[in-house]
Design a protein around this ligand. Structure first.
Ligand SMILES: Cc1cc2nc3c(=O)[nH]c(=O)nc-3n(C[C@H](O)[C@H](O)[C@H](O)COP(=O)(O)O)c2cc1C
Length: 194
């Protein structure tokens, strides 16, 4: 049987973003588990997605359409996801929200785990994401990995995660793997759609 595929979504496009270090940490951690899952980083910044529905200048129209198609196809290719999501104004950042607004059947009946960072570990962004996932028919797992900007980063920019996060990261990935496997059979064997 083919390995499950889980995308680790780098959910910030901000220049100088902390998301890069956190996503790389999460990816290395996941791969080291050697758990029979194929992990892949998906960087939102690689997809120059226009704001959903906005008119784009003609010179970049073809490019924008290609980016939307590539984003949709990439997200379709996974059985589950880990979203690395910073907290902006007590919510999910605009770039990630916009990217999610492009999706529905691509992510429906798939599992998702959450990784965040912020003054309270990004937890308020996670709660917002859980509402969005409810509408997208994404099954978000209970355990999240929540890094503090104050104690897991030096000067709020150099990522130095405390050891104890490993336990949550393992549990979250176990849960994503379990639900990704089960939901694959749901997608293959039922007519449940988004
Ligand atoms: C516009 C803006 C709003 C923010 N609001 C919050 C917030 O409400 N709560 C919080 O914990 N951190 C907040 N932060 C801090 C971010 O979580 C922090 O800068 C983080 O590194 C952003 O992720 P990124 O570097 O990957 O883009 C905010 C940052 C920005 C730029």
């Amino acid at each position: 049987m083919a390995n499950l595929k889980v995308g680790i979504i780098l959910g910030s496009v901000r220049q100088g973003r902390n998301a890069e270090a956190v996503t790389n940490w999460m990816y290395d951690f996941a791969v080291k588990r050697n758990d029979g899952v194929d992990y892949e980083i998906v960087d939102l910044a690689d997809y120059q997605l226009p704001l959903l529905g906005a008119q784009v200048p003609e010179v970049i129209q073809a490019e924008s359409e290609a980016a939307i198609k590539a984003w949709s196809e990439k997200m379709t290719s996974f059985d589950g996801y880990v979203f690395v999501a910073p907290e902006y104004n007590h919510s999910v950042g605009g770039a990630l929200k916009n990217a999610l607004d492009y999706l529905k059947p691509e992510v429906a009946n798939k599992a998702a785990g959450l990784v965040g960072y912020g003054s309270l570990g990004g937890t308020r962004a996670h709660e917002n994401l859980r509402l969005i996932f409810g509408e997208l028919q994404v099954a978000d797992v209970q355990t999240a990995v929540t890094f503090s900007l104050m104690t897991d980063f030096e000067n709020m920019s150099e990522f130095k995660p405390a050891d104890y996060h490993a336990a949550n990261a393992n549990t979250m990935l176990d849960q994503v793997k379990a639900w990704s496997g089960v939901l694959k059979t749901v997608r293959e064997n039922s007519s449940v759609t988004a």
